[in-house]
Design a binder for this molecule. Structure first.
Ligand SMILES: Nc1nc2c(c(=O)[nH]1)N[C@H]1C(S)=C(S)[C@@H](COP(=O)(O)OP(=O)(O)OC[C@H]3O[C@@H](n4cnc5c(=O)[nH]c(N)nc54)[C@H](O)[C@@H]3O)O[C@H]1N2
Ligand SMILES: Nc1nc2c(c(=O)[nH]1)N[C@H]1C(S)=C(S)[C@@H](COP(=O)(O)OP(=O)(O)OC[C@H]3O[C@@H](n4cnc5c(=O)[nH]c(N)nc54)[C@H](O)[C@@H]3O)O[C@H]1N2
Ligand code: SF4
Ligand SMILES: [Mo]
Length: 759
């Protein structure tokens, strides 16, 4: 996620570079931290060619945007276990036996094998998964090669995080808006809980908005830190966010608090929507959400009358069985309350006219229609696939000037579960080659047993990594990736905003580590298609993308901290919205044509199961780690040595749980071992499971996967139809039935003693 661009004139002035204090023997560089995906602008200090320090930016607009994971980066990237040379599997897949090979040898073999797989099964038999901060792993080039070669089967962590929200927002008003934090009067956080060490810029934006008087409404089953700081906290039931938003709309419609003029001039489907909203009287919403109807009404009134207000993007509604409806309802609220594309509201920003966006680099127009039609999952869960987005091609061109603008890289993806099924040999056609770049695939989606089966069934698996992750352990080749200290970067804010920030390369990569730009370039050569990636190196690639600005990448880095266009509001008055009707579609014509309910709805949880009386959610990100990473960094691990579940004191009592004991959490998909933390901030009956646990010090290889089989939340995340969102097919991670088993004393003693380290 990019840091939002505030619109004050002062901000524009401050975007100029500042004179940096110089220290003897120290070289400072403007850099962008990519340890997590919020991309803080920071400064690196190097001595004798090595980065010795990462510190906060000197620029007032970025100052304080830094957390401990950014600060520890020079040490983390110098970790002795970092992969520094290409490795080739020599034993069985997952046997943990590797030999060091040269880059040339690795790429020649990968190219040959991929060509053979494509010749036998077709280009769609090649799937790629990349990380959330795709810009560091793809640059648009992975998609570009896939589009030229003919494979539509690209998946990413963005399917569970903002990429899907970007695609779904289009059904309502043809774009994914960004909140104007600097001028808003009211912020609504749906679960989303930024902290000092979790997406620091967001945390800073929210705190400064509150300091100048903006109201904060928080929806969270748990009393989170932002709930404690909020004006209103709605402790809703996990997974009931869409129901809550129906309650808000009911109040807003009944009390006529909406923007009648905007609704009349710029929306379609109001009457049908109103009829649907009438199905959700407050008593019903109170029952579905477990919240006090008065508080629901009060918060709805606050949102509608204390505006302009924003509902910042939240991953919480990306991961629910009602995800599409919840995201649509957020969009509908923004629209009917008149907060779209106004200062202090939710801004719709296109691409910068002088910079070539990654969407253009990706060249989706090159992929033949018959190949697009083969995109996995597009028949059953089309929302973010080519099929689901096809109706927007013309409107996108009309309003934003691009037929395939790929915001957050999430708008033209295959469905992850369908892709893993095809890889496992259970799909409509086989997928036999799988590349994973900067993505710990095994742990980063639902139904981990299926992902492992899928990877074991491949003819070729290539992992591009810093460490021997559980995913890399199942690869044929593990290739050494460079880090953000070791490469330049031009952030394009994931196509979300028309702002660009340059990151200077601070040091040479260690060993034979290379950027993914180099990987994709070498792959296009190995596939005998060098013309697909014609640029010499990463900087010349950026130079060409910046040509329209009249600056080279180097000049941009010298001249500005941020390159962006002055925002224009209410652009829709000239262009209309990028939907088929040109209006805000409260009733979605595209969803209707795809065979779905064109109005949002709330699908209640399947009936409770006596065997699994508790509900779990995965999340509450840990300050010390980004997702599945950093567990090998001692400075970070000591802050959080073991995975912990959270339960309320009453739930702990009912299940005879004691603080710090090891237990097992189980459901139909799998089971994990975990320690108990009793927290009075948790509601009764709900269990928090942390995301992404494995222990790099534990035994590697199939059957072990360094503890991932024992600790990873993905063992418990289901992807059967009841637990998939209908339109997108993304898994429900917020309110899944489970139970807690006490462990036999021998097993819990061995876990406590860390004997598991070798098993
Ligand atoms: N089950 C489950 N799945 C989830 C989630 C969940 O809560 N539960 N959360 C979802 C969310 S919100 C997100 S954002 C995604 C995150 O998914 P990812 O974006 O895949 O993030 P990570 O788990 O950190 O894995 C990134 C991997 O990239 C490697 N790496 C880091 N930097 C670089 C680099 O510069 N170059 C290369 N080549 N490699 C690098 C790291 O060592 C690490 O193994 O996962 C999603 N998936
Ligand atoms: N240190 C650190 N910071 C990170 C990350 C990290 O791994 N480490 N990951 C980054 C990434 S990629 C992401 S996506 C964000 C995610 O960060 P957040 O958006 O803050 O998400 P979580 O921390 O998983 O959970 C936030 C809150 O959601 C609540 N919650 C659980 N279920 C529900 C529900 O059904 N409805 C509602 N309304 N609330 C619910 C939980 O109680 C919790 O307080 O964090 C980012 N920041
Ligand atoms: S919040 Fe921390 S890890 Fe994320 S980009 Fe900023 S400094 Fe880096
Ligand atoms: Mo995320």
């Amino acid at each position: 996620m990019p840091s939002p661009v505030p619109y004050d004139p002062q901000y524009v002035a401050d975007a100029k570079p500042v004179i940096r204090p110089q220290k003897a023997g120290v070289t400072t560089r403007k850099t962008i931290c990519q340890t997590c995906d919020i991309a803080c602008s920071v400064v690196t200090e190097s001595k004798k060619g090595r980065v010795v320090k990462v510190r906060s930016s000197d620029n007032p607009i970025f100052r304080d945007n830094i957390c401990m994971k950014g600060i520890v980066a020079p040490k983390a990237f110098a970790h002795p276990d970092r992969i520094l040379h290409p490795l080739k599997r020599v034993g069985e897949r997952g046997s943990g036996k590797w030999e060091r090979v040269s880059w040339d040898e690795a790429m020649a073999d990968i190219g040959q094998r991929l060509k053979a797989i494509i010749a036998e099964h077709g280009p769609e038999a090649w799937a790629v998964s990349t990380s959330q901060w795709n810009t560091a792993t793809d640059h648009g080039l992975g998609r570009r090669i896939m589009n030229h070669i003919g494979s539509p089967n690209w998946i990413s962590g963005v399917a569970l995080c903002a990429g899907n929200t970007a695609a779904v927002n289009r059904f309502t008003y043809g774009w994914f808006p960004m909140g104007d934090f600097n001028n808003t009067k009211c912020i609504v956080l749906m679960g989303h809980n930024p902290r000092r060490h979790s997406w620091t810029p967001m945390f800073n934006f929210i705190r400064s908005a509150q300091a100048r008087g903006a109201k904060l409404i928080m929806m969270d089953p748990r009393r989170s830190s932002n709930a404690e700081a909020a004006d209103i906290w709605l402790p809703l039931k996990a997974g009931s966010d869409a129901a809550m938003l129906f309650g808000w709309l009911k109040v807003i419609f009944d009390e006529k608090l909406y923007d009648k003029k905007f609704v009349k001039n710029w929306t379609i489907g109001f009457d049908e929507l109103k009829a649907r909203v009438d199905e959700y009287p407050l008593e019903r919403v109170a029952e579905l959400t477990g919240c006090d109807p008065e508080m629901i009404a009060k918060s709805a009134r606050l949102y509608a009358t204390e505006g302009p207000a924003i509902i910042p993007w939240t991953p919480i509604t990306d991961m629910q069985r009602n995800s599409t409806s919840a995201i649509r309802l957020q969009g509908i609220l923004r629209a009917v309350c008149g907060y779209l594309d106004v200062p202090g509201g939710e801004t719709l920003q296109g691409f910068h006219p002088d910079v070539v966006p990654e969407s253009t680099i990706e060249m989706h127009e090159k992929l033949a229609e018959e190949q697009k039609a083969k995109q996995l999952g597009s028949d059953t869960h089309p929302a973010f696939t080519y099929r689901g987005q096809a109706a927007f091609r013309e409107p996108m061109k009309r309003v934003w000037g691009h037929e395939y603008p790929n915001q957050i890289t999430g708008c033209y993806m295959a469905n992850p579960s369908a892709t893993f099924r095809a890889m496992a040999g259970e799909g409509q056609y086989p997928v036999k080659a799988f590349f994973t770049l900067g993505n710990n695939t095994v742990l980063s989606y639902a139904n981990m047993p299926l992902i492992i089966k899928a990877m074991m069934n491949q003819d070729l698996v290539v992992a591009y990594e810093h460490h021997m992750t559980p995913t890399a352990q199942l690869a044929d080749y593990v290739l050494p990736g460079d880090s953000w200290l070791e490469r330049p970067w031009l952030t394009d804010a994931f196509g979300w905003m028309s702002s660009y920030r340059p990151s200077e390369k601070s040091m040479e990569p260690p060993g034979e580590a290379l950027s993914t730009f180099e990987f994709w370039k070498r792959l296009s050569n190995a596939l005998d298609r060098p013309e697909i990636v014609p640029w010499h190196d990463l900087e010349s690639f950026y130079d060409e993308r910046l040509k329209g600005s009249g600056m080279t990448f180097h000049e941009l880095a010298q001249e500005t901290e941020m390159f962006f266009d002055k925002p224009v509001f209410r652009k829709y008055e000239k262009t209309g919205f990028a939907t088929p009707s040109g209006k805000v579609e409260l009733k979605s014509s595209v969803l209707e044509d795809l065979g779905f309910d064109p109005l949002p709805y709330f699908r209640e949880d399947p009936a409770g199961d006596a065997e699994y009386p508790l509900r779990m959610f995965t999340g509450v990100r840990e300050d010390a780690f980004f997702q599945t990473s950093q567990r090998q960094v001692p400075e970070m691990r000591k802050r959080s040595p073991e995975p912990y579940l959270f339960v309320s004191p009453a739930t702990a009592k009912a299940n005879s749980l004691v603080q710090d004991e090891w237990v097992e959490v189980e459901n139909d998909t799998g089971k994990i071992s975990i320690k108990v933390a009793i927290k009075d901030s948790m509601p009764d009956g709900l269990v928090r499971i942390p995301h992404g646990w494995w222990k790099p010090e534990m035994k590697q290889g199939a059957g072990h996967l360094s503890g991932a089989l024992k600790f990873s939340d993905a063992q418990l995340c289901r992807d059967d139809d009841d637990y998939l969102d209908r339109e997108q097919g993304i898994p429900h991670l917020k309110g899944v039935p489970c139970r807690i088993n006490k462990l036999a004393s021998a097993e819990s003693a061995s876990l406590a003693a860390g004997i598991s380290v070798t098993t």
